[in-house]
Every structure is written in C-alpha cells, then in structure tokens.
Design a protein around this ligand. Structure first.
Ligand SMILES: CCCCCCCCCCCCC/C=C/C(=O)SCCNC(=O)CCNC(=O)[C@H](O)C(C)(C)COP(=O)(O)OP(=O)(O)OC[C@H]1O[C@@H](n2cnc3c(N)ncnc32)[C@H](O)[C@@H]1OP(=O)(O)O
Ligand SMILES: Cc1cc2nc3c(=O)[nH]c(=O)nc-3n(C[C@H](O)[C@H](O)[C@H](O)COP(=O)(O)OP(=O)(O)OC[C@H]3O[C@@H](n4cnc5c(N)ncnc54)[C@H](O)[C@@H]3O)c2cc1C
Length: 661
C-alpha cells in the first residue's frame, strides 16, 4: 500500500501509486532504521513546515551570493531556539535531518564548527582544555573551523609551523611560504572566529609532525581579524556557495596551549574519519533524491509511442530510462545501508580510542576511505544520469539538479581526494596480501581474523556459479566479487614485489602499480557494499517488502557484475554464457521494479523541501509549477529590463535608423 495517494495529485502518479505491491511505510522504516525514526522524521519535517521564519524567502537559485549568506546567517541566528523544540539534540540523526531541512544543500555559516571544528575539540583535547572550551563551544560562544589544507596539501608535508618557545612557554604559529597559506577551510572566510590549525609541531629543533592548534583568528567582540592574521573568502565555487571557504595566513601568532602527546600518532586525523563516515550515507541520500526527482518526472512525462497508435507513453516505460535510473536507486540504497553500518562502527571505534584502545583504527580507516571514495564517485555519475534522464528541464535550476549536482561535485574531493583514499585502502590490502603470501609459504596464521577481509584468506578453489536459476543466488554473486577482489589484491602485491626485486624502491614500485592498486581497492569495497546489502535484506521479515527489496538487490548485484565483467572474464572465471545470465537478471529486475518504482521513491518520504525540485514534486503537478517558478525569476520583475534601453534598445534603434538612411 502506498500511503502517499491523494486524490488531487497528478493522475499518472495516482495510477502508479495504486499499483504498489508493498507497504511504503514498511520500506521507509527499513531505509531510516525503524518506524520510530520514520515517525520522528515526519514530526521534524512538520515542525520545519510550520515555522515560516526558517524558510528561504525566495528560491536560493534566485539569490546572489551575499543574499545566500545573509539568508543563512539569519536562519543561523534563530536556529538554536528551534532545534531544541524540534529535535532530541542528543540524537545526531535528528539534528542532521533538521539541519538539512533548514539549510538544505548549499552549506551554511555554522557547518564546519558542527561537523569538524567542535568534534575535534571534543575528541582531541585533554580534561583541562575541555573544561575551557567544551561548554562554550556547545553553546556556540565561538565557532571553530578546521584549517588543515594548504595551497599545496599532503598532511605529512604541511608547511605551517608551530614552534614551541621555551622562554615564554608559548607556541608560535607561522605560515612561512605562500604555499603554506591555509586554503579551503569551510566558514573560515568570514563566519568563524576560531580555527583548529593543523601545523607541524617543532620543539627544540625537532619536528613532531602535524598537530591541531586552537587559534583565535578574529576578535570575539569586533569580529575583526586579530594581529598577525590575514583571512578572507576564497571566492565563488562550483557549489557550496552559501559557505565562505577561506584563506588564512598566520604571521607569528601566539595561541595558548600545552603539548600532550596523543595515544596514537594518527589520532590527529580522527576528525577526518568522522566526516568520511558521514559522507557515505549522505551520498546515498543525494542519489536517492536525484532518483526520486527523475523517476517521478519520468512517470508524468509522456513522450513518444511504444505501440504505434496506443498514444504517448510515460517515459519511465522505456527500458533505456529504467536502465539509466533504477541502478541509481539501488546504489543509493546500498550507500545508505553501508553508510549507516560504518557510521555506527566509527562511533564505537572512536569511543574505544578515547579509552586508549586503537586496535580497530586501521580497519576503520581503510573502510571509511574506500566507502567515501566509491560512494561519492558513483553518486556523482549517477546524479548526472538522473539529470540527463529529465531532458531539457533537467538543465533548469527548477529541476533541483544544478544545485544538487554542483554540490555533489565536492564529494569526490573533500576529506581527501578519492584516488588518494583508494590508495589508502590498497595499502591496507597489501598488508593482508603479505600475510597471505607469508602464511602460504611458512604456514603461519594471519594477524587477526576480521569479517571485512576474511574472504581474502579463503583458499578453496573458486568456480563462478552464476546461473540462470529463476530465483537468483546472491551468495554466488558475492563469491564472484570476493574472487575478483582477492585476485586483484594478489596480482597488485605480486607485481609490487617483482618490481622491488628488480631494483625499484618501494615508493617507485608503488607508483608503477597504483592503477592496479586502485582497482583492487574498488573491488574490495564493491564486495563490502554487496555483503552489507545482502545481510540487511536477509534480516527483513514480511514477504511484500522482502520481494521488492530482493528485486532491488538483484539489480544491484548483477549491475555491479556487469561493471566489472572484464576482470571476471579475462582469466576464464566467468564464461560468456554466464554474462548472458547476468544481463538477463538485470533486464528482469528492471521490469519487476518498474510497477513499484514511484512507490519505492515515495517510501524515502522526502519532503518537497528536501527535493527542492519542480520536476520531483510529490503531487506531480509539474507544468503549472514550472511556469510559476519561471515567473518568480528576478529577471521577470520587470517587463522591460532597466538597462535594456541603454544597450540593446539603443543598438536596435541605431540599426533601424541606419537602415532608414
Ligand atoms: C551536500 C552535498 C554533498 C557534498 C559532499 C559531502 C560534504 C559534506 C561535508 C562538507 C564539509 C566538508 C568539509 C571538508 C573538510 C576537509 O576536507 S578537511 C581536510 C581533509 N583532508 C584530507 O582528507 C587529506 C587527505 N590526506 C590524508 O588523509 C593523509 O595525507 C593520507 C592520504 C591518509 C596519508 O597519510 P600520511 O600520514 O600523510 O601518510 P602515510 O605515510 O601514507 O600514513 C599512512 C598511515 O597512517 C594511517 N592513517 C592515515 N590516515 C589515518 C586516519 N584518518 N586514521 C587512522 N589511520 C590513518 C594509514 O593507515 C597508514 O598506516 P600504516 O599503514 O600503518 O603506516
Ligand atoms: C568544498 C570543499 C570544502 C573543503 N573544506 C575544507 C575544510 O574545511 N578544511 C580543510 O582543511 N580543507 C578543506 N578542503 C580541502 C580538501 O580537503 C582538499 O581539497 C582535498 O583533501 C584534496 O587536496 P588538494 O585539493 O590539495 O588536492 P591535491 O592533493 O593537490 O590533489 C590533486 C590531484 O593529485 C592527485 N594526487 C595527489 N596526491 C596523490 C598521491 N599521493 N597519489 C596519487 N595521486 C595523487 C589526486 O588524485 C588529485 O587528482 C575543502 C575542499 C573543498 C573542495
């Protein structure tokens, strides 16, 4: 049953919704982690709808950059009064959702304090520091950005220095070169007044590597930059234009502080882990938003005929449209599920770290790097497919895609460039490969078993079992992913070793293998995503929901096999006939999903505010609202633009006069 049917909606959507074979609320509860979470989302969305002061005054596509910032500043100033009423402030998901409703996708002036600056203070300060900065940070008496990236970046090679002066017992922070300027930190340009500055710590002429420093950059009262600080906004960007990403030059600045060594030398990097953990489910959500817009629009847009004379069809009936859109839906769900799992894993490991236990740090780091890289890349490609699926209207800001996709672009870069992060996964895999080769040669056990990479140690001979069974066997597909991942991991490892034996240094050999290392990393993450999706679906009770989830899972798994078929076929593991079964499974899944497609996207329960799209409106009344949207454009405030006569009008008048001569 689809709970979103309303009698005044677009008739095509009513028809689609009436065909649902499952309960959309049950699906929504599966996606958002239970019925109570779904209910809370609705209550929070209602709260937002009822409080007009939290809404944008005009669509942000019609605002200048200054107007965008002022609008977001205005909302930030009343946000605290509302969030306590709207949410359980101890529930991060509720807080995140309320933030998302209020500020939407283009950033806002308190974001980096919330997701990076303040969490760094919570996780990386000692008791004395916490007493001083925790409550005041929580109250937003100050706002802290996270200033790590410089004009050139590679954390180990950061150029900003923090030199301990033994006489005055102070640290001196300095940007010694032009490339040491901090560049990019969010909200540093104008909004925040404190920066967590990552700088190379020097004590007694010895460098202790990058460490975070709490630096007041603007006067708490006047908000003017403090002496020695040069700070400003880096200018307009592809997206996130409501965020003032900034530059910062430090000229011998003296923040307060004492040096307390961390329990692990990578603790200083833990803030990045937290954000990487947030990014994966966010990528899933973005992709599901794009798919919702494109699928709803494809259900109301009629264009062309399939059976001549039968009238124009909904474009969602074209197999090509389904093949373009439904995999995005399936991938979006896979990222949401894997993202939720690893977010919980991340919080548990960060708690362990606080208690001095760093045993799972490397496992967590690798999986977060890989998921962030794969989810942001595939979401970017997928959203572009969704945009293209909407034809010309997809190119209009009214579709929501220009804002959604241009913000999505930053996902592949923020918190570490994707390729750099894939190489971190590969570094982890190479350690496992060394254990495998070592174990086989010397009969030793690997360091510790772990569900994430156990399959790499499975030595049983492998045969591809993908067949044409009516009910697809997901385990067989998962085994194919495991086979490919292990093969690519060992191939990369063996090549690395051969190159080293031929005299290459480790670093040069690494570079010469890096394309193959990235392939191995992708294959490992594909395996993780597939396993998580299968595990989650296996826990579902209730046949109608289970059936539709299995349709999506079938599409997800076989689509991913098709994506990596070259690797599976090159050594004869998968045969041509089996590829035929793979394609058959994809086409079957598309047609099983088709009648439920609108109800699946309805199940996400996104509000029109979240979709921010005339094409994706829940009621399907697209065309009349496209006209309203266009008429609201600032250009249409005047029948004749104020500068018309000065330029074009004069040009035409002069041309007319000339032709009269
Ligand atoms: C809304 C629309 C969608 C938008 C998308 C989402 C947006 C949401 C967020 C918006 C706000 C974004 C704000 C953005 C903020 C930033 O970007 S902050 C800056 C982030 N910067 C980076 O991420 C830099 C990336 N680089 C690195 O992390 C490191 O340089 C490196 C690549 C990991 C290499 O590390 P390094 O120490 O320099 O060198 P190595 O010798 O290779 O060391 C590797 C060893 O260290 C271990 N390790 C590395 N990182 C971690 C970690 N985080 N935790 C634990 N361990 C780590 C690694 O495993 C190696 O260990 P060994 O193998 O044992 O040596
Ligand atoms: C919207 C946005 C918000 C941001 N917010 C913040 C923030 O709040 N705080 C902050 O500190 N930073 C922030 N950043 C900076 C961000 O973290 C960096 O841009 C990111 O880590 C990539 O670093 P880079 O730009 O220096 O790219 P580079 O490191 O110069 O990478 C450029 C290219 O070189 C390749 N490359 C680099 N190193 C290697 C390698 N070792 N092996 C193979 N290839 C390599 C990469 O693959 C990439 O294609 C933000 C960036 C953006 C876009």
């Amino acid at each position: 049953m689809n709970h979103q049917i309303k009698k005044d909606d677009n008739p095509d959507l009513i028809e689609e919704r009436s065909k649902a074979t499952f309960d959309t609320d049950a699906f929504g509860a599966f996606i958002w982690g239970g019925y109570n979470n779904l209910k809370r989302r609705r209550e929070i969305a209602r709260y937002y709808e009822d409080h007009k002061e939290l809404h944008d005054t005009v669509p942000i596509a019609f605002m200048t950059r200054e107007e965008k910032l002022e609008n977001a500043y205005r909302k930030a100033s009343i946000f605290e009064n509302h969030i306590k009423k709207a949410c359980d402030v101890n529930n991060p998901e509720e807080v995140r959702y309320f933030n998302w409703l209020v500020y939407h996708i283009d950033g806002h002036p308190t974001s980096v304090h919330s997701i990076m600056g303040f969490p760094t203070i919570i996780n990386q300060s000692d008791k004395e520091q916490q007493e001083r900065w925790l409550q005041s940070g929580e109250n937003r008496e100050y706002l802290a950005t996270y200033a790590q990236t410089e004009l050139g970046t590679n954390i180990k090679k950061l150029e900003t220095t923090a030199t301990y002066d033994q006489k005055t017992e102070e640290f001196i922070l300095n940007s010694p070169t032009v490339t040491s300027l901090k560049w990019w930190p969010g909200n540093m340009g104008h909004s925040h007044n404190v920066a967590i500055v990552m700088a190379q710590l020097w004590i007694n002429n010895k460098c202790y590597g990058p460490h975070p420093f709490f630096v007041q950059i603007r006067d708490p009262k006047t908000h003017k930059p403090l002496p020695g600080i040069t700070v400003g906004d880096i200018g307009p960007k592809f997206g996130l234009n409501t965020t003032d990403n900034g530059f910062l030059k430090l000229d011998h600045v003296f923040p307060n502080g004492t040096y307390v060594p961390p329990v692990h030398d990578k603790i200083a990097y833990s803030s990045m882990m937290l954000v990487r953990a947030i990014i994966t489910p966010l990528m899933g959500e973005n992709l599901c938003i794009g798919a919702t817009i494109a699928i709803r629009y494809s259900a109301i847009r009629r264009q062309g005929e399939i059976k001549p004379g039968d009238g124009e069809v909904q474009i969602l009936d074209y197999q090509t449209q389904q093949h373009r859109l439904f995999p995005q839906l399936a991938r979006g769900i896979a990222f949401l599920l894997a993202g939720r799992n690893t977010y919980n894993f991340c919080n548990n490991v960060l708690k362990d770290i606080k208690n001095g236990d760093v045993s799972l740090l490397a496992d967590l780091h690798a999986i977060l790097c890989g998921l962030k890289a794969i989810s942001s890349y595939q979401a970017e490609l997928g959203l572009e497919q969704c945009r293209m699926a909407c034809g010309g209207h997809g190119y209009s800001a009214a579709s929501g895609f220009p804002l959604l996709n241009s913000n999505q672009f930053n996902g592949v870069t923020v918190e570490g460039d994707n390729l750099v992060l894939l190489l971190q996964v590969a570094r982890y895999l190479m350690k496992r490969a060394k254990e495998i080769r070592y174990e086989i040669r010397y009969g030793q056990q690997p360091s510790k078993p772990n569900e994430i990479y156990d399959y790499l140690f499975d030595d049983a001979p492998k045969k591809c079992l993908i067949d044409q069974a009516y009910v697809p066997n997901y385990k067989n597909v998962l085994e194919s992913f495991e086979y490919l991942s292990k093969k690519l991991t060992l191939q990369a490892y063996d090549k690395l070793e051969q190159l080293k034996q031929r005299g290459r240094t480790s670093e040069v050999a690494w570079n010469e293998c890096s394309v193959e290392l990235c392939k191995a990393a992708r294959a490992h993450i594909r395996t993780f995503l597939a396993r998580t999706f299968i595990n989650e679906v296996n826990q579902v009770n209730g046949l109608p929901l289970l059936t539709v989830l299995k349709d999506l899972l079938q599409l997800y798994l076989f689509y991913e096999v098709k994506e990596c078929m070259a690797g599976l076929m090159e050594d004869g593991y998968m045969l041509g006939q089996q590829l035929h079964y793979v394609k058959k499974n994809i086409y079957e899944a598309l047609s099983k999903i088709r009648p439920n497609a609108v109800s699946i996207v309805d199940s996400f329960d996104f509000t029109d505010r979240e979709l921010n799209s005339v094409l994706g409106r829940r009621d399907g009344h697209v065309y009349e609202n496209l006209l309203k949207w266009a008429q609201a454009s600032p250009l249409n405030k005047h029948d004749v633009l104020p500068f018309h006569h000065k330029y074009l009008g004069r040009m035409m008048e002069e041309a007319r006069q000339k032709s009269r001569l």
